[in-house]
Design a protein around this ligand. Structure first.
Ligand code: NAD
Length: 347
């Protein structure tokens, strides 16, 4: 990979690397943008086939964090860390790696604030915390923000309410049919929120127990995983996987709105264009699923659950603004969201 070519394409920013062959540490901190404040984003700890893959992942994800933080009005830029997980990792080595990684984060003078992400756990963040204060979500028992999923679900619900307002001028979700793909952490809490507002639910999952919980608690109907795309419904809420809006699924959709928690729902930008052409209102994923980030970022400013509720609730206004601009500019919503952030960052 030509790193400077790629970093120019993504409008970077900074890249920091740290290695220590004695303990198998290979860490990358990508700081995409600092215009609105210190960069925030989790640390990914997974195996990679190559250093290029790890760099690509860190850089792409950090840019995504810039857009998510900016569209949510947070006083933060976007960053991401990748620590390449060594094969045959031992617990002792894990602790050494996160200790030295913590010192590495500390050496960046607060320009990057880390938290959990794929492959990391709270105990890793506790080790990071022993080396630097620039870590969030490190200990749920001592006043940190805890599980982000309920707040992510609340934000998705507010985004769905904005979509219903825009599409049908409705102030309620009573009797709307919502098909939820994946009722794990976020999907379950979303089902609960929507059920409490009178929506009727169709759910799917590859985990039968997760489905059963929604059937029992919320009277949800269930369908097989592959059948969820073709369900007749008002709203399709992807809460399991990325890339679910693609050439195979688009012809099956029988909904008016796509709004869910999953990251990177569109396989390609052109799939957002097809939704737009078909008059299916798409809630851009990084804007609607920012509740978890808003929650953890609040730790930095001094955690206050009421402020978090208010800020996550404001996802309603963010989404409505995107929908209205999309209509007035006749442009797909995901491009409008990017445009809003680009104007904030680069004008
Ligand atoms: P999760 O793993 O707890 O839940 C995902 C659920 O989807 C699981 O129950 C899983 O069994 C199910 N699933 C997997 N493959 C499936 C398939 N083919 N069909 C149907 N169901 C399937 O994850 P989560 O934390 O609830 O996150 C869900 C999505 O939201 C992910 O894409 C995640 O990146 C995104 N997200 C989550 C948060 C958060 O706060 N947890 C924040 C932002 C974005």
């Amino acid at each position: 990979m030509d790193i400077f070519k790629f970093s120019d394409e993504l409008r970077y920013g900074e890249l920091h690397l740290k290695s220590n062959p004695d303990i198998g540490l290979h860490a990358i901190v990508a700081i995409h943008n600092l215009k609105f404040g210190p960069a925030i984003g989790g640390t990914r700890f997974i195996e990679y086939d190559s250093t290029d893959d790890a760099l690509f992942d860190a850089m792409r994800l950090a840019r995504g964090m810039t857009y998510k933080a900016a569209i949510s009005g947070l006083p933060h830029g976007g960053g991401k860390a990748v620590v390449i997980r060594p094969k045959g990792l031992t617990e002792e080595q894990r602790e050494q790696i996160f200790s030295e990684f913590g010192a590495f984060v500390g050496s960046l003078n607060g320009n990057y604030i880390t938290c959990e992400d794929s492959g990391t756990r709270v105990s890793d963040m506790n080790v990071v915390k022993s080396q630097t204060d620039h870590v969030l979500g490190y200990d749920p028992d001592s006043g940190s923000s805890g599980d982000p999923s309920p707040l992510t679900a609340l934000g998705v619900r507010r985004g769905i309410e904005a979509a219903a307002k825009f599409r049908w001028d409705r102030d309620d979700l009573q009797d709307l049919k919502v098909a939820i793909q994946g009722v794990g952490h976020v999907g379950y809490y979303l089902a609960k929120e929507l059920h409490n507002l009178g929506a009727s639910l169709i759910v799917t999952d590859i985990n039968d127990a997760a489905i059963q919980r929604c059937v029992t608690e919320f009277g949800a109907e269930s369908v097989a995983p592959d059948a969820i795309y073709g369900v007749e419904c008002d709203i399709f809420a992807p809460c399991a996987l990325g890339a679910v809006i693609n050439d195979k699924t688009l012809p099956q959709l029988k909904c008016d709105i796509v709004a869910g928690a999953s990251n990177n729902q569109l396989l390609e930008t052109r799939h957002g264009a097809i939704l737009h052409e078909r008059n299916i209102l798409y809630a851009p994923d990084y804007a609607i699923n920012a509740g978890g980030l808003i929650n953890v970022a609040q730790e930095f400013a001094g955690y206050d659950a009421d402020i978090v509720q208010e800020k996550v609730g404001a996802i309603f206004d963010t989404m409505l603004n995107i929908f209205e601009r999309s209509a007035s500019e006749n442009t797909q919503t995901d491009i409008v969201a990017d445009r809003i952030v680009d104007e904030m960052l680069y004008n």
